[in-house]
Write a protein that binds this ligand. Structure first.
Ligand code: NAP
Ligand code: MN
Length: 258
């Protein structure tokens, strides 16, 4: 087993501690071709770790050790490191989650992106006007600040701040959520979030100049010549390690209730 460590500079000392514990237990470290990547930090760090290895996801298991604030993705806390080392020796319990795929059309090129939490279009300075399609069916013409599609795992992130529902991470689904939709006598949109089957595709089409594409901690198209974006569930999967007694509801309770 080759273990890569991923962390931000502020966690240099914590990473040095984890490294020391791993080496003491005979594990070899390799950040170039790891089979296991330990993210030392919070969810922001975990998302960056997944994007850093986005072309090697098939061969990597991701472990989050929470040295951040929330740590929704993190199966372990710093107190769990002895337990984690035991599980690294005896066998890890892994769950696989599909990434979202975003197929983007600009006026002059096309691009594909992948995300764990959500893919969104946003224009905070001018009313964004976009048609929304579910597969071939038009749902609405939306006016507002933006539109988001999140995965079940991402439903507890930005989506939750926007009033979207949490989705059990075992479900294969997409959730469409509005960002500040106009709602008056002239312009309407759905307002509530819409959860659809993971076999469907959600598209945003319009004259989207000046609109940014945001995905997880990343963003694109600052110049703005976006025409269309279609979000679906991709074939790419990320393998996340959790301690054996973890469950989605326990994580929700720990993160938002207690
Ligand atoms: P960040 O400040 O690290 O993330 C914002 C907060 O969301 C942090 O508290 C983070 O936890 C938490 N978080 C991230 N993914 C989560 C998930 N799947 N479930 C529950 N909580 C989650 O910012 P960043 O590094 O740029 O991360 C990008 C993410 O921030 C985006 O994917 C988006 O979901 C989220 N975001 C939220 C808002 C909002 O709520 N208004 C606005 C923009 C972006 P940690 O504290 O452990 O890092
Ligand atoms: Mn963070």
């Amino acid at each position: 087993m080759k273990i890569g460590l991923f962390y931000k500079e502020k966690n240099n000392e914590n990473a040095a501690f984890v490294k020391e514990q791993l080496e003491k237990n005979g594990f070899s470290l390799d950040n170039i071709n790891p089979n296991v990547v330990i993210s030392i930090g919070g969810d922001g760090t975990f998302l960056q770790a997944v994007h850093a290895y986005i072309n090697k996801l098939d061969s990597i298991k991701f472990i989050g050790v929470n040295y951040g604030s929330l740590g929704f993705f993190c199966g372990y806390t710093k107190e769990d490191i002895p337990e984690l080392i035991k599980e690294l020796k005896e066998g890890l319990s892994v769950k696989q989650y599909s990434l979202l795929k975003g197929e983007i059309k600009y006026h002059d090129k096309e691009q594909v992106i992948y995300a764990l939490n959500e893919i969104r279009i946003e224009n905070p300075f001018h009313t964004l006007i976009s048609d929304v399609f579910i597969d071939k069916d038009k749902l609405e013409t939306f006016r507002g600040n933006g539109l988001m599609v999140c995965s079940p795992l991402g439903s507890s992130a930005y989506n939750k701040s926007l009033g979207g529902a949490l989705i059990d991470s075992d479900l294969n689904a997409l959730e469409l959520t509005e960002i500040a939709g106009l709602d008056n006598n002239i312009f309407h949109s759905l307002k509530s979030s819409l959860v659809v089957s993971g076999n469907k595709k959600i598209s945003f089409k319009g004259e989207l100049s000046g609109t940014m594409v945001g995905y997880d901690n990343l963003s694109l198209n600052k110049e703005g010549n976006l025409k269309e974006i279609t979000v679906s569930i991709s074939d790419k999967k990320v393998s996340i390690v959790y301690s054996k007694n973890n469950s989605y509801i326990k994580t929700v309770r720990k993160s938002f209730v207690l």
